[in-house]
Design a protein around this ligand. Structure first.
Ligand code: SF4
Length: 283
């Protein structure tokens, strides 16, 4: 059994830097993170072990220092934190800032903003938090529910599958042929790299293992992308989830991981697959 790692996989620089910043500030004093820094249980338990608290709402913050995650937040929320006298540590990923600037430019130029993404995701809440009117779409039905506007500006949550985004933009253009539809492709490069590397890997694999948190958006996108090219795709959070029976008559096992998955977790999953491949009847 051969293991084929995707050429790009696992933790992106934005998440890596944000975790390092959180750990650094936790050493200096009590720290609350606003919203989930990552959707990975291994990373979250490591942060909790350092005494770092996660609050989903500003009203729940009890420490003098607050960290904004790599997913970013709105200017309105930042103004609120300043009014509360909190010290704010900003870990917003530079590529999320690019998306914020794109959305602000669309709104400034008179476009009705439509975000392709998950309505309740912390990044989408940040992207839309300064807008009075906007729409969020994720499925074709969401596009069918949109109202017509003379100018429609589309941007995407940075971790969306770019094919889905382009498909929905094309649908918006077909649905509103009279409208001026401007599209800003804000899906980030690390996400695109992971998605295209996952396709390349899944085409060659008999079984694909995707490592990442159950509630991680980009991990879910990788699972769906791989499933289009390989019939046997399994999503695991850690090596403990890997089942020997998945690898029956498998010659090539593909491996990829979401942008919040630590290297050590990926390596442990790979080691577990290797162990199963070496001793298929003893594990
Ligand atoms: S997924 Fe992309 S935008 Fe999000 S933190 Fe990572 S590099 Fe930044």
């Amino acid at each position: 059994m051969r293991i084929l790692r995707a050429a790009h996989l696992g933790m992106c620089f934005g998440v890596r830097d944000a975790i390092a910043l959180a750990l650094e500030h936790a050493d200096a004093g009590p720290l609350t993170i606003l919203g989930d820094l990552v959707h990975n249980p291994t990373v979250l338990s490591g942060l909790a072990a350092k005494g770092i608290v996660v609050a989903q709402d500003l009203a729940d913050v009890r420490t003098p220092t607050l960290m904004v995650t790599a997913h970013g937040t709105s200017e309105r929320t930042l103004a609120q934190t300043r009014a509360m006298g909190l010290t704010v540590v900003e870990a917003t990923c530079p590529l999320v800032q690019v998306a914020h600037r794109a959305v602000a430019a669309l709104a400034r130029d008179g476009y009705h903003v439509v975000i392709v993404g998950q309505r309740d995701h912390v990044e989408v809440r940040g992207l839309t938090g300064d807008l009075d009117r906007f729409d969020v779409v994720l499925e074709e039905d969401d596009v069918l529910a949109l109202d017509e506007h003379p100018r429609i500006g589309v941007a995407a949550q940075t971790t969306q599958a770019v094919e889905r985004v382009r498909h929905l933009v094309a649908l918006i253009r077909r649905r509103f042929p009279q409208s001026d539809v401007r599209f800003c492709d804000t899906v980030c490069k690390p996400t695109k790299n992971r998605q295209s590397a996952a396709v390349e890997m899944a085409r060659q694999a008999d079984v694909v293992i995707v490592v990442g948190g159950r509630s991680s958006n980009n991990t879910g996108e990788l699972v769906r992308t791989c499933a289009r090219y390989c019939a046997r795709v399994h999503h695991v959070q850690t090596d403990a989830d890997v089942r020997p029976e998945w690898f029956d008559v498998a010659e090539v096992v593909g491996l990829t991981a979401g942008t919040s998955t630590p290297d050590a977790v990926i390596d442990a999953v790979e080691a577990r697959i290797r162990e199963i491949g070496t001793h298929p009847f003893q594990v």
